[in-house]
Every structure is written in C-alpha cells, then in structure tokens.
Design a protein around this ligand. Structure first.
Ligand SMILES: *[C@@H]1O[C@H](CO)[C@@H](O)[C@H](O)[C@H]1NC(C)=O
Length: 423
C-alpha cells in the first residue's frame, strides 16, 4: 500500500517537474501587469447585446418576448434581425471611440464576445457576423496604443442564466453538459490562435465571464477544471514546446478571493490574473444603503485586493448606486430601488437617478464623482480596473463617455478631487 503510494507520489512529482522544465516559464506580457495599473473600459452591449445598454434595439422589435440575443434571433425573421445587428455593430463602437478612450488616459479595453460568433449549434437561433468586428477592435486598439482583453461573455447552455450571456434562463446548464464545455474549450483554442502573435495588443484572454458559482459545487467543480484547461489552451497555442505571452484572466465565479488561494499560481502556472466584479446594487439590502455606505463598502475591498496572490483586476464596476437603469434587471423587469422589481421594497424614486445626465442634480453628480474616485483608489490597491461600460443609450450614470462629458469622471483618471475619500 505504502509502496503504491510512493510510486504514485513519485509519478506526480516527476510530472510536475517535467511540466516545469518543459514550460511554464515566466512570460513576457504586452503590458506591465503588477507594475502599472490597468485603467480601462468595457465595450459592453456591442458584440453581445444587452437590453439595458441598447433598449431601442429591443423596443424596435415590437415583440416583448425578445429579451436577449437568443430570442432576438428566434422571434424575428433572419433578414430583419441580421440587418439590425449589422447596423448596430457598424455604429455602436467605431474607431473614434478608441480615439476617445485613449485620450481619456485609459490603457485597456475589454471586449465581450459570445460563443455564437464562432460556432452555432443545431437549433440555436443566434445570428453570426461579429468576428470581423472583434478583429477590427484589435486593429483599432493597436492603432491607438490600447491593450485589449478578449472576454468570452456567453458559453453554450449559458454559464449564468443572465441575459448578457446571450440566453436568459432560471438555471444555466453550461456546467452540467460536457458537450457545452467541450465546445467552449474549442472556442478558447480558436481565440488563442487568432491573437497569439498579437499579444502586444491583445494582451489578455478571459476564458469565461461570470460563471454562476452561486449555483453550487457542481458549477465550481466544472469551472475549476475549465480554468485549468483554459490555461493550457491559452498558454500553448503553438503546441507544447512554446508558450504564448497572453495573460489568462480567470473570473472568481462570485466566490471570495481567498476561495482561489493557491489556484494556478507560480511557479506551476505563469501569467494568470483574477477578475472580480464589484457591484453594490443587485440586492434589496444594497439598494437601501446610503451614499456614504456605498463608498465605505468599496473602500472596504482594499485589503483583499492588495493581498491576493494573483494580480487582481476589477473587470466590472460602476459609479451607479441604484439598479434604476431601464431593463437593467431584464427587459420588462423593474428596479429594486423604486419597488417595481417583484418583492422589493421601495427605497426612493428613480427619477433623476438614471437616463440623461441633464436630469441629474448637482449633488447626485458630486456623489457619482466621489463614488467613482473611491472605486478607482480602492481598485488600484489591486492591479487596476475596467469600468462597465463605455456607452449606454439611456443610462448616463453607467457611461464612462457621459461621465467625461458631464464632469464626474476626470479627463485624466489620476486627477482626483477626493484623494482621501477612503480615509
Ligand atoms: C448538451 O448540450 C448540447 C449543445 O451543446 C446539446 O445538443 C445536447 O442536447 C445537450 N445534452 C443534454 C443531455 O442536454
């Protein structure tokens, strides 16, 4: 018995030594992660639709059953849906946005993409055509000195059931179906292959956005294996003898960072970072917080961000302190803040909390500035931040572009008015 154990142990040790000798050397990323702070924006609602970012695209259908990109293809004739999408892809984000993002002192864009841009299975009503825009985004990022993160935002079966995974559903089934996971692995290989020789611009691949760790151990077990497989898929696009310089950006699956202590860390793995998303608006309890409680909540994240063993990037966050934006909780679903969400108590009116900045009071805009600065200060205790999102049709409180235009986001992200806001 003990001799069998030692044979197994020797075998495992040999394997890990072999891996270390053959590869997993420190990589040379296209951005000095850890030494310089990530400051960026998400290009949300572009190559993956979100009803709240572009409500007009959904309202124009005249069909209330169209609530996500899946139903956008399912309940319209192909030509109508396809031409609406092409028009959107051509106009929502252009090279001019990259010019403005770079001029705002930012160094990163994170670009969500769905699996259906790469491959659509039988019976899946998704419409394709996004990939040339993803390639164009990389060209534009390169033209303007920005680094790009390619973020797989929707996987077959849905990894979280959110509308922004492509398909809204009560219980997602990406994790429970090996075919779904195998399809996703194949797509990560394709993304890694597409950008392997452009790691100076596409510095990072995020193999899956927000897998639903809150749905239980089965999800977490699948995610842990999927992260290990993604590491291999992203690190070795040339085969086992040569490593890529592409950073692998995992998501915490809604677990506390310390759940991931020691996971894919050096020296066994190299060039891995952790993405965490910080929102203080998606529960009744958070909606009821005062402005100063929102600020102290984000300030309270500093020590976990600074002490984690991988680089931590806060890849999504917002200066919004309510869930008032139209369709934020789903098309046709109300807001917790004003009690129009099923079961939520009313905290206050959404008037003047969302929509056009021209309807915002000066005290609300001052709060947005303070909350923005508190988050920037706190998230730079980790490796940096990427705000959600660059543009929104009708929710300026979320929009980096609107924040710049209306003064609650500074033209230089290091130009802080409240440098001591976290105390
Ligand atoms: C698993 O997912 C695939 C699509 O990726 C689907 O065709 C298949 O029917 C699913 N299997 C089960 C058992 O649901």
């Amino acid at each position: 018995m003990s001799s069998i154990r030692s044979v197994i142990a020797a075998g495992l040790l040999g394997l890990s030594l072999l891996t270390r000798v053959l590869g997993d050397n420190p990589i040379n990323p296209g951005f000095p992660y850890g030494a310089q702070k990530v400051r960026g924006v998400n290009l949300g609602g572009w190559l993956v639709l979100e009803p709240w970012i572009t409500p007009s695209l959904f309202d124009q259908t005249g069909n209330d059953a169209i609530i996500d990109e899946w139903t956008f293809g399912q309940y319209q004739d192909y030509n109508t849906a396809h031409s609406a999408l092409v028009n959107h892809w051509n106009s929502w984000i252009t090279e001019e946005d990259f010019v403005q993002i770079a001029a705002a002192g930012l160094n990163h864009v994170r670009v969500p993409i769905g699996y259906w841009a790469f491959e659509v299975g039988p019976g899946e009503p998704y419409i394709q055509g996004q990939l040339p825009y993803l390639q164009r985004a990389a060209t534009w990022a390169g033209n303007h000195g920005l680094k790009m993160i390619v973020d797989l935002h929707g996987a077959p079966g849905s990894q979280n059931g959110f509308d922004n995974s492509g398909q809204k559903m009560d219980f997602p089934h990406w994790h429970s179906n090996g075919t779904n996971v195998a399809r996703t692995n194949a797509i990560i290989k394709r993304i890694a292959d597409m950008f392997k020789d452009n790691a100076n611009v596409v510095t990072t691949i995020a193999p899956l956005n927000e897998p639903a760790g809150f749905d239980g151990q089965d999800v977490l077990d699948t995610v842990r294996q999927y992260w290990r497989d993604s590491y291999g898929n992203i690190r070795y696009p040339y085969g086992s003898s040569r490593e890529s310089n592409t950073l692998v950006l995992l998501h915490d699956a809604f677990q506390p960072l310390d759940y991931w202590n020691g996971f894919l860390t050096a020296p066994d793995a190299q060039g891995v970072a952790m993405d965490t998303h910080i929102y203080t608006i998606f529960s009744d309890q958070e909606e009821s917080m005062s402005e100063s409680q929102h600020i102290s909540t984000v300030c309270g994240k500093q020590s976990s961000l600074s002490s984690f063993d991988l680089w931590v990037i806060v890849g999504e966050w917002t200066p919004a302190n309510t869930d008032c934006a139209k369709y934020l909780n789903g098309r046709g679903v109300g807001a917790r803040y004003d009690g129009s969400y099923p079961g939520s108590p009313c905290v206050g009116s959404c008037n003047g909390k969302t929509g056009a900045a021209s309807s915002f009071s000066s005290s609300y805009k001052t709060f947005l500035r303070k909350f923005w600065e508190a988050q920037v200060i706190s998230y730079e205790k980790g490796s940096g931040w990427i705000q959600w999102t660059w543009k929104a049709e009708n929710a300026d409180e979320w929009s980096y572009q609107a924040g710049l235009a209306n003064g609650w986001i500074p033209r230089d992200p290091t130009d802080l008015q409240y440098p001591n806001i976290c105390g």
